[in-house]
Design a protein around this ligand. Structure first.
Ligand code: 13P
Length: 250
């Protein structure tokens, strides 16, 4: 079956204007292939990325407010993101769950705000090291999905992506083995299939890099990557995108 890949960069709180110029001088319009590339810079650089990046690259924010407008210092609304033609937004990243106490209830509101504004959500889920050791991975994933998604929400006209990001693999150099990741992706697929007949791409995040991308992306239920550290190097990120194309072309 033909599988389109979604290769997304989460720059987190990294970048500068000169970084953006350098990045898109090597990653240019000749880099396009048949898969989807998404770049998620900090909000303040969204405009620069939209202006500087080749047109085939989709832009994403790293967060969205659960409110529409008003006295919410430091927040950015879905309407504001849509005003700037932002196409994706990362929601529920473990760093936001951990450092900003984002609950599943708030994450659901954020998903709804993204949808209302025509922005495609990238919903992040994943278990901690302790939860994996206690054999709770599937319970955690099940709860994270069912408390946020339902068939009504998934029936809306958006391209939702789900990113499985085991917390213990983020920024640690530890990666889930391809089989480990695929097992969880397959479980996510089975839950989401109960809610919709649409196919929802499930991408993997957690120390994905050029050297392990092929074995991960080849797995049946892995439809791409949400890449942190390795996405800060334009040539490494592009190489991962090209690996996806090689796999797609068989
Ligand atoms: P790393 O690729 O740096 O492990 O980060 C993954 C991640 O959190 C992407 O959202």
């Amino acid at each position: 079956m033909d599988k389109k890949y979604y290769i997304a960069a989460n720059w987190k709180m990294n970048a500068s204007l000169s970084f953006i110029d350098d990045y898109f001088s090597s990653l240019d319009s000749n880099s396009e292939n048949s898969n989807e590339m998404i770049v998620c810079p900090p909000d303040i650089y969204l405009q620069s990325v939209i202006k500087t990046a080749p047109k085939f690259i989709k832009t994403g924010a790293q967060n969205i407010s659960s409110h529409d407008v008003g006295a919410y210092t430091g927040e950015c609304s879905g309407e504001m993101l849509a005003d700037h033609f932002v196409q994706y937004v990362i929601i529920g990243h473990s760093e936001r769950r951990q450092y900003h106490q984002e609950s599943n209830e708030e994450i659901k509101l954020k998903i709804m705000k993204a949808i209302e504004n025509g922005i495609n959500p990238i919903l992040c889920i994943g278990e901690s090291k302790k939860e994996r050791e206690l054999d709770q991975t599937f319970d955690v994933i099940n709860n994270q999905i069912r408390s946020v998604l339902d068939s009504d929400l998934l029936s809306k006209d958006i391209n939702m992506l789900i990113a499985y990001e085991p917390i213990w693999a983020i920024g640690t150099g530890l990666t889930a083995t391809p089989d480990m990741a695929n097992d969880v992706h397959s479980f996510i697929h089975s839950i989401v299939s109960e809610m919709t007949s649409k196919s929802i791409p499930i991408i993997y995040g957690g120390s994905m890099k050029e050297s392990n991308a092929k074995e991960l992306l080849e797995m049946e239920h892995i439809h791409g990557g949400l890449i942190g550290g390795a996405s800060l190097d334009a040539s490494e990120f592009l190489n991962i995108y090209n690996i996806a194309e090689e796999i797609r072309n068989g």
